[in-house]
Design a protein around this ligand. Structure first.
Ligand code: SF4
Length: 363
């Protein structure tokens, strides 16, 4: 990881710092940077301290999210990390917004996977009218049938679009800040950090919850990671997905692979200290970068995606369930399946087939 230029020397033990956070004190940027710069020898103590904060706000619960890539590729933006951008040569499926039936099949799979939240994600700079109407139409149906929370990730939104989503019953909107304000121009030139903040403010004005996080491992400094965590704090973001860059061949960042599992744990811990009561989700890159240390990550974070990511594969859901059980944790907030819906016997194949726009195998 590139070194930071921010000099700091913190002697406070991580447990003491956690106690102060639990008493209501906010950590400083210097303390947050010290977390990222802490040596491997302190890692166990750091995770232990972050677990104290996690326990206070979330106990031993884990919330599962399920991603549906409802429109893939065809994006005019140039986000350098993204396989769906106009400058990516990655061989991904490209399709316009999925039909009502496929979105419903995805919701059924989300419920079967014990998810609390179904994330409807479309590629693109901003939703067009057809996409807005498709989401407005399907959301009440999904909520009525499966009782899932809905998170919509549709790109940049104006005030009116955010209000329409709220009226349709969307619970939260995802729009990641991705990195610091300072570093943003290095990862995208077709829109700005300020554009993203504006969308989050429009979402908040509409009364919706904010889901916003970022990606670690794009060549940013540790100070950039700290600055992003504090930007999310200023926006009082309720849910923070933290991704670890999965460098995809065909994207400008295809060579960026330098994170260690310990770097990932330190980043998760820093976000937990800075945003103690926000839901913290280990997102894309979990399996690839945390590897055998995934359970330690879940002692800091309280949420994961179950199943595949937008254009990359996750591990089998059975491995996630086993990890949660082995930790003595429990899944919380899952939707209740209607009695007329049978369990899918082969969910992985089903999700894969849907993401290739073929028929679901359990429909
Ligand atoms: S992150 Fe979103 S806006 Fe950026 S290129 Fe990918 S799909 Fe387009």
């Amino acid at each position: 990881m590139p070194s930071s230029t921010y000099p700091v020397s913190i002697s406070t033990s991580w447990r003491e710092l956690a106690s102060k956070v639990l008493e209501g004190s906010a950590v400083t940027k210097a303390q947050a940077l010290a977390i990222l710069e802490s040596p491997d020898e302190e890692l166990l103590g750091l995770v232990d301290a972050a677990f104290e904060i996690r326990k206070r706000h979330f106990g031993k619960t884990v919330q599962l999210y399920f991603l549906m890539n409802a429109k893939s590729g065809l994006c005019p933006e140039d986000c350098h990390y993204c396989s769906q951008s106009k400058i990516s040569d990655a061989p991904i499926p490209k399709y316009n917004i999925l039909s009502r039936d496929k979105l419903l099949e995805g919701a059924k799979l989300a419920a079967e996977r014990q998810s609390k939240t179904y994330c409807i994600v479309i590629s693109g700079r901003a939703p067009n009218e057809r996409e807005m109407q498709a989401v407005e139409k399907i959301v009440p149906e999904i909520k009525q049938k499966y009782g899932l929370n809905i998170c919509a990730c549709l790109g940049l939104l104006n005030e009116s679009q955010a209000q329409r989503l709220a009226a349709a019953g969307v619970d939260k909107v995802n729009h990641n800040l991705n990195t610091s304000q300072e570093y943003y121009k290095e990862i995208c030139t077709t829109h700005t950090f300020e554009d993203r903040v504006e969308t989050l403010k429009n979402v908040r004005k509409a009364g919706l919850q904010l889901c916003s996080g970022g990606i670690i491992g794009m060549g940013e400094s540790r100070q950039d990671i700290v600055d992003m965590a504090f930007s999310l704090k200023e926006l009082s973001v309720e849910s923070i997905p933290l991704n670890f860059l999965h460098a995809i061949d065909g994207t400008p960042m295809q060579q960026q692979e330098y994170l260690s599992p310990r770097d990932c744990l330190r980043a998760l811990a820093m976000f937990r200290f800075v945003n103690p009561s926000s839901e913290l989700r280990i997102a894309g890159g979990r399996e690839r970068h945390l590897r055998s240390l995934q359970p330690m990550g879940l002692m800091i974070a309280n949420s994961i995606f179950v199943g595949d990511y937008l254009t990359t594969q996750g591990q089998a859901p059975t491995e996630d369930y086993r990890m949660i059980e082995d930790l003595g944790f429990e899944i919380t907030g899952q939707a209740t399946l209607p009695s007329d819906v049978k369990d899918c016997d082969h969910p992985s194949a089903c999700q894969a087939s849907m993401q290739n726009t073929q028929s679901s195998c359990c429909g």
